[in-house]
Design a protein. Sequence first.
Length: 58
Amino acid sequence: MEPQRVGFETVQVKQNKVRYVPLQRITKEMSASEKKGTEIWNEMVTWIRDHGGMEDKD
């Protein structure tokens, strides 16, 4: 029996990027839930930028 070949195909896919979004500032006037929401937002934006999914700032 012939051994089974396992391989991966790679293709070039046009990557859609989201438009540039700035990070949000955390202020002392924010409630605890607003601060947590802003922290999560900033983490998501940073991850998208680090992985090339966001357009550059104009």
